[in-house]
Design a binder for this molecule. Structure first.
Ligand SMILES: [Zn+2]
Length: 241
């Protein structure tokens, strides 16, 4: 605690002093560009890993970077999501998982948690879609590799959960919102973004590839009309089936 109190003083005398104009501006309101959804893990710092300024990221954090499907719970996630899109007009959402995630380790041995950590157990039931998908599709994989896969698949599950929210569904259809799936590797400091074309995680490009809903990227779907030429080109190269 002493270290934190000292830190408060140091923040005032150094960072705050050097950025007084920014703080004066932010005191009147926020205009973050991105909703960043990540894990509560102390080793993940959204602003640090993206080199973002204060005021640039609107953040939702919980164990396992989860967004329960629309209507599943009445927790804070849905409210924060709605505020981010409706009040702040944010048009980019990043779901960022991370290596060595304790919540995902827990998900892989869920039954052991029921007695020791009943609240964690209850919360992780929200990730049943991830647990089941991993159990049924990666039955021959074990250990660290299975954990890595669970982390990556869980981020994609949360992207699907986001799409169950009416406001997300509607904004995507209007082309006003893009979703991005990231995994942060603690050891290397690197971030990998999900590439729906290659169905894998790659180094994020600029501009970021959005995870497009499948019905919008299928070439035979009438809604595919609004896609850019580059996107259509990718589709017709047969990346999607
Ligand atoms: Zn975690």
């Amino acid at each position: 605690m002493e270290k934190l109190i000292k830190g408060l003083r140091e923040f005032q005398s150094s960072y705050y002093c050097a950025h007084q104009d920014l703080f004066a501006q932010l005191a009147h309101g926020q205009k973050p560009r991105v909703l960043f959804i990540t894990c509560s893990d102390s080793r993940v710092d959204p602003n640090l890993i993206t080199n973002a300024q204060i005021g640039e990221l609107f953040v939702i954090r919980n164990a396992g970077n989860m967004i329960p499907p629309y209507g599943a719970t009445n927790g804070g996630e849905g409210a924060a999501l709605e505020y981010a899109l409706q009040a702040l007009d944010i048009n980019q959402i990043i779901v960022c998982g991370h290596s060595n995630c304790g919540a995902m380790k827990g998900l892989l041995k869920l039954n052991e948690l029921e007695e020791k950590m009943p609240l964690v157990y209850e919360w992780l039931l929200q990730a049943e879609a991830t647990r089941r998908l991993v159990k049924e599709n990666y039955s021959t994989i074990t250990g660290d590799k299975l954990l890595e896969i669970t982390i990556a698949e869980n981020v994609l599950t949360q992207i699907e959960n986001l799409r169950t929210y009416p406001i997300v569904h509607s904004r995507i259809r209007q082309g006003k919102l893009t979703l991005h799936a990231w995994v942060y590797n603690i050891e290397s400091g690197g971030v990998y973004a999900y590439d729906p074309i290659r169905h894998g995680y790659v180094t994020p490009a600029s501009p970021l590839e959005a995870v497009e809903p499948e019905e919008l990227i299928h070439p035979e779907n009438e809604h595919a009309r609004w896609l850019s030429a580059a996107q259509c080109d990718r589709i017709y190269r047969g990346s999607y089936s």
